[in-house]
Design a protein around this ligand. Sequence first.
Ligand SMILES: *Cc1c(COP(=O)(O)O)cnc(C)c1O
Length: 301
Amino acid sequence: MREIPTQKIKLSTNNISVSIRREDLIHPFISGNKFRKLKYNLVQAKAENQETLLTFGGAFSNHIAAAAYAGKEQGFKTIGIIRGDELESKIMVNPTLKFAQECGMRFKFITREDYRHKTEEKFIENLKQEFGNFYLVPEGGTNEFAVKGCGEILTEEDSQYDFICCAVGTGGTISGLINSILPHQKVLGFPALKGDFLKEEIRKFAQKENWELITEYHFGGYGKVNPELIAFINRFYAENSIPLDPIYTAKMVFGVMDLIEKNYFPENSKILLIHTGGIQGIAGMNLKLKAKKLPTINVNE
Ligand SMILES: *Cc1c(COP(=O)(O)O)cnc(C)c1O
């Protein structure tokens, strides 16, 4: 694990302060919160004497890339169950899958329909028939071990902040943050996808009440972007030299900046943004944008 700096963000207002925790720099390949989420899962897998990690993800999944590398680094075989059977022929043109394969990950590509059944007992039993015994890491890495790891993102010095803001996918990261905040602090989560199942998910893992989901900044849903968001990423990079990933962190940072403009935060608020990583996904997003002849993300990945 590398040192994780906290940087001030340039703002046009000076009665609010915004800092960003650079969790994206935690490891060169195991990005941001995926490092936190895998940490105690790997400890558990070792304690169980497991040799193989099996997990799930989509075409550009940060979690697939992180699990593949972490497995290689710590001596596990890795199996990725990938959503979308059409991807099988596209490994070499998909930066995430290519990277995971180079780390030694074995893939099984399944249809979107089959992918929906991935938490069912029968489905898992079939995977055991096919691959033998394995340690199962859920999609996005979220389980009680992941939440424990994400509880380590905040440190004692962070008691100075009033608001802690993060992007939300499956809810594991925000749950860890909620469990480690103090009574005077509040966590704001910015879902990167549509749907309101998340609150319940978070309540399974998080005990406190001082948190809220801000649901207006998903930009049309998971993996969806528009030229305004891409322009925001490029502007933010030009001003702060901090790259943001288009799937998660950019939507959260965009949301926080918009809320500041709308005077959502009380005067003198101190805000901490959690940069959860995901930079590896920029290359894949740029390929998609280029194919549609849309403006691309210009950051030093
Ligand atoms: C996976 C991911 C998230 C979402 O984390 P959850 O714990 O699933 O809510 C947020 N940001 C980045 C960069 C991610 O890769």
